[in-house]
Design a protein around this ligand. Sequence first.
Ligand code: MF3
Ligand code: CO
Ligand code: CO
Length: 250
Amino acid sequence: MIELKNREEIEGIRKSGHLLADLFRHLDTQIAEGMSTYDVDRICLDFIKRHHAVASCLGYMGYPNATCISVNDTVIHGIPSKRLILKDGDLVSVDITLELDGFVSDSTHTYEIGKVSDEVHQLNIVTEKSLYNAIDAAGKKGARLHDIAKAVEDTCRPYGYGIVRDYCGHGVGFSIHEDPCVFNYVSMRNPNNKLREGMVIAIEPMINMGSWRIKDLEDGWTVKTVDGSVACHWEHTVAITENGAEIMTI
Ligand code: MF3
Ligand code: CO
Ligand code: CO
């Protein structure tokens, strides 16, 4: 069931999202070559605690950390590790979910460490662009979930990238994962609800340079590309309002 949010609830999610955007601005100045992904997680958790928010992922279905940090061929749900040191040329997605005064926001940024290859840089730019095109599509009058998927597909098609099919975006705001699933590829099997005022969704294209196929590792969390190609992930929490799609996490 899709839970619509009223004006005050959207204001709560907006505050939560703006704090998360502040956290990313802070991280922009901190993340660097030579740090471990555990160090990055610590920076995020410290910020969240300092601002009287809660790290929603910590303990979620037994997840051990505040953030998911996915390097190179890891697509999503990379577990922060003291042994994984960021190095020149790495592509690193940092996925953070936080709760402020009971309202949840969810966002992912992908960072280039030092100088990445031209191909990897293009993957990052195109994936971010696919997110913004999807948000634009969601803001159009009468838009449906498939319009989001189509925008991601249309953005990625010229590059031949693989769009991950096994994971999707989701409703968000009262908890991390709410209905509906927000897929990034068009299929008649996928839900195609009309986007209504009061819906709040996390839109999150997961894009591989090679095949769309992924594998789940035995740790129960880490998701990697099957072919070892580099993957990218961008995410925003978006509210559908009378004025269209408003990005909460900006
Ligand atoms: N932030 C993730 C998402 O975008 C959820 C991660 S759940 C965790 O849906 F437990 F892996 F952290
Ligand atoms: Co997320
Ligand atoms: Co999400």
